[in-house]
Design a protein around this ligand. Structure first.
Ligand SMILES: C[S@@+](CC[C@H](N)C(=O)[O-])C[C@H]1O[C@@H](n2cnc3c(N)ncnc32)[C@H](O)[C@@H]1O
Length: 429
């Protein structure tokens, strides 16, 4: 029944997985940027590929859901999607991207909000700007004032889903009007000489973003409603997944982090200023990176307990050059192994899984995360069905890094990623 409602184009498998010219911002995927997002067309193709092998599938889990790209595409294909993440900003984005809102309510609430955001109203406004450590370093006084003004207008919106959408437009605005350098995930300040010339129009920026989000949500509204059940998005550590039901999922599609946030993608730093403005307590807004995979520095070194020859040989090779770094890398893969353990408990026997991973080099040692995931999964009762590669033409990722930290010494990494398709047999869970 639900399958009949899914447009056939959404169930088609792509011939080329690079998606060089794809519109990555269609529908609700336009809502809020996020580091290392999956390309929607890619997520769509992967889900379709798994469903080809398991046509009766109804439920899908993305245990590292980020901004919810996979969840949106699963909902559009009529599945019941569940997402999990530890970054509160990711969860908010994913929720907004997967929640349809009645078109009349959306239209009238947003028109009312936009009408109230005039320069004259801002000029006359005399509210109090919230305090948080570093506020005046990252925001000019007139910018903070305009942001607080917008926030007050959002707070009086009646519909909670429209309010959540407006908060995401606000959060994106926070990033764009802050003193941070454009195009970076980490927090770097614009140099002082350039800062003098930096005077973004906060009201206009917010209005433009919100109008784009509204159109994106309307474009996908009907398709999000075909989901077998409303998308469930929960906060939790993938290493234990306590808020996700056991033995419930037919499909699992995910892209885990590439390494710890400190040395690869800094999800927490990317989110910090937004989270401070959205009112999270500083200890939650500032500690995201430390909680993510590999963020807790390992106390002891026990590579033999990780059931992967690729981890053991990689860690040993790094240890010859830098034992501390080796333990960090080992800590990341130990967490990944724990995550695979908890994901496994959530799957039904026979579930189909897709992992999207890019390999990386540390100290010139290549860490083949595709092989590592295949080995860790095999120890838990999975069979590798296929390991495909695709080029990464337009993902916002570090395309190259310096393996030795010597300026100019570039090691090309992350120009390709692997799509690892596995079947869970259920025997060794
Ligand atoms: C590559 S991103 C996922 C991007 C997502 N596919 C998208 O399109 O937006 C990896 C995500 O894993 C999350 N993460 C890292 N460690 C985690 C952990 N231990 N538990 C839950 N989420 C974690 C990060 O917060 C980040 O959102």
């Amino acid at each position: 029944m639900v399958l009949m409602l899914t447009p056939p184009s959404l169930l088609a498998q792509p011939e080329n997985w690079d998606f060089r010219d794809a519109d990555t911002k269609e529908g609700t995927h336009v809502i809020h940027s996020y580091p290392a997002m999956m390309i929607p067309q890619f997520a769509r193709g992967l889900i379709a590929r798994l469903r080809h092998q398991k046509p009766e599938a109804q439920s899908l889990l993305d245990p590292f859901c980020g901004a919810g790209t996979v969840l949106v595409e699963a909902a559009r294909q009529g599945l019941a999607p569940w997402g999990n993440d530890l970054n509160p900003l990711a969860l908010r984005i994913a929720r907004v991207r997967t929640t349809p809102v009645d078109a009349d309510v959306l239209g009238s609430e947003i028109a009312h909000l936009l009408d109230s955001l005039t320069p004259a109203h801002l000029f006359a406004w005399d509210g109090k700007v919230p305090e948080f450590a570093g506020r005046d370093f990252w925001f000019k006084a007139e910018i903070s004032r305009a942001l607080t003004f917008i926030q007050e207008k959002i707070a009086v919106l009646l519909n909670p889903d429209v309010r959540a959408l407006a908060e995401m437009a606000f959060s994106e605005t926070v990033r764009l009007v802050s003193n941070t350098r454009n195009g970076e995930f980490k927090l770097y300040r614009i140099p002082t000489d350039k800062l003098d010339r930096f005077h973004p129009d906060v009201l206009h920026t917010f209005q433009q973003i919100l109008t784009r989000y509204q159109a994106g949500l309307q474009a996908f509204d009907a398709e999000l409603r075909v989901a077998a059940a409303p998308t469930r998005i929960v906060y939790g550590d993938t290493c234990n997944l306590t808020n996700v039901p056991n033995r419930f999922f037919d499909l699992m599609v995910t892209s885990p982090p590439y390494g710890d946030s400190r040395t690869t993608v800094a999800y927490g730093q990317f989110s910090r200023l937004s989270l401070e403005w959205l009112g999270l307590p500083p200890d939650e807004a500032r500690t995201v990176d430390r909680q993510l995979l590999g963020g807790r520095f390992p106390v002891e070194s026990t590579p033999a307990t990780i059931p992967s020859a690729a981890v053991q040989s990689g860690v040993a090779a790094i240890a010859e050059q830098d034992p501390v770094r080796a333990r960090e890398v080992e800590g990341f893969y130990r967490d990944l192994d724990r995550a695979i353990g908890s994901i496994t408990q959530k799957l039904k026997p026979g579930a189909m899984c897709a992992w999207v991973v890019a390999n990386r080099t540390v100290k010139r040692v290549e860490l083949a995360t595709n092989t590592i995931i295949a080995e860790l999964s095999s120890a838990r009762g999975y069979e590798l069905v296929e390991d495909l590669t695709r080029n990464i033409p337009n993902k916002r990722m570090p395309l190259a890094n310096s393996p030795s930290n010597v300026p100019g010494d570039i090691g090309a990494t992350m120009t390709q990623e692997h799509m690892l398709i596995l079947r869970y047999h259920g025997s060794l869970a």
